[in-house]
Ligand binder design. Structure first.
Ligand code: PEP
Ligand code: MN
Length: 357
């Protein structure tokens, strides 16, 4: 159910409706929009009796949301969600494109700093790197744990990059929430519902990756789990799905970008690294992702990929990442979008270096 408030409804009237919903034993999610505020009602004790809400001052109408996802739906919030980061001019989902880059895993302090310096110089606003790695084999590198998070926090201080890293369970989620700027939930955990709920109670925005065989509806329902717990700052990420095709590691499903944008107000970015698994396909698919209208990219970069402890085959060399940035800047410009650096400064098309360096 959704309570649509009148355009001129006061804050007090919105608050009174929320209190009433909570008193009835449901959860109220107030979603202010450009035109009016909508209040989503969630709970698992059946449908709300709408009559008493309809009569409250400031209420325009009470409507049933027929789709299984409610809060992530455009029916609830017609305007795009723009995920903002405190003390930063970086945002995801507005006109600027978000570029997240870094190694698959944090291996050593030197490795992470070398790569961070290069991706910052190329104009990325976010540094990625796993401190907790969900690996197919228990004998593969599992990540440095909290030590990796500390290295990333140092990188934020040194280069001004925002930090994105994956949480794989409750314990790591609490730590990632402390150290990082955005919490990544990986493909393998997209339907780990208790982890999603925990992420919904975290303070930081969540980067939710699509499961390896998730439908659009399952993907949006995973985001709904997070949002139903009160965290409205979610960025979706297409990272390829498993198909019969074996020329790439996964099949990057770029058509999900406009499909998500039609149904949901949440931003969506693309991961061409896991989406293809092959270095030589990362730049072409990055160009395509920007052209299709994605709100950003997450790209794996490594200065010595042959010796990377994970995903070296799909990691770009830093020089290749420089070239990728130049190309996607030009494509972004065609769409009226820009790629500012972490300090919020725009970089002119054709410039390869961050302004001022
Ligand atoms: C990653 O980003 O390194 C990762 C493990 O991604 P995914 O969950 O999409 O496989
Ligand atoms: Mn990886």
């Amino acid at each position: 159910m959704l309570v649509v408030m009148q355009a001129q409804a006061t804050e007090e009237q919105v608050r009174a409706v929320c209190q009433k919903i909570e008193a009835l034993g449901y959860r109220a999610h107030s979603m202010p929009g450009a035109q009016r505020t909508a209040i989503g009602i969630t709970g698992n004790k059946g449908e709300v009796e709408s009559g008493s809400l309809e009569e409250m001052p400031g209420v325009q109408e009470v409507i049933r949301v027929s789709k299984p996802y409610k809060l992530v739906s455009r029916d609830t919030k017609p305007d795009n969600t723009i995920v903002k980061f405190p003390n930063s001019r970086v945002a995801i989902g507005g006109p600027d494109l978000a570029i997240i880059a870094g190694p698959c895993g944090i291996e050593t302090r030197d490795q992470a700093f070398t790569i961070a310096e290069r991706v910052a110089r190329a104009g990325a606003q976010f540094f990625r790197g796993g401190a907790y790695k969900p690996r197919t084999s228990p004998y593969s590198f599992q990540g440095l744990g909290e030590e990796g998070l500390k290295i990333m926090a140092e990188i934020r201080d040194r280069f001004g990059l925002l930090i994105v890293t994956e949480a794989v369970d409750y314990e790591s989620l609490d730590l990632v929430d402390q150290y990082a700027d955005m919490i990544q939930i990986g493909a393998r955990n997209m339907q780990n519902f208790s982890l999603l709920k925990r992420a919904g109670r975290a303070r930081k925005p969540v980067l939710l990756k699509r499961g390896i065989s998730a439908t659009l509806e399952e993907f949006l329902m995973a985001a709904e789990y997070i949002m139903s717990e009160g965290n409205y700052n979610i960025v979706l990420c297409e990272r390829g799905v498993r198909t019969f095709a074996d020329h790439t590691r996964n099949t990057l499903d770029l058509s999900i970008v406009p499909a998500v944008q039609r149904l949901s107000h949440l931003p969506i970015i693309v991961d061409p690294s896991h989406g293809t698994g092959k270095r030589n396909k990362v730049t072409p698919l990055s160009r395509a992702a920007v052209a299709v209208g994605a709100d950003g990219l997450i790209v794996e970069v490594h200065h010595d990929p042959d010796r990377a402890l994970s995903d070296g085959m799909q990691s770009l060399f830093p020089d290749q990442f420089d070239a990728l940035m130049q190309q996607v800047r030009q494509i972004a410009a065609v769409l009226g979008r820009t790629i500012p650096n972490a300090a919020g400064q725009s970089i002119l098309v054709g410039e390869s270096r961050m302004s001022g360096s």
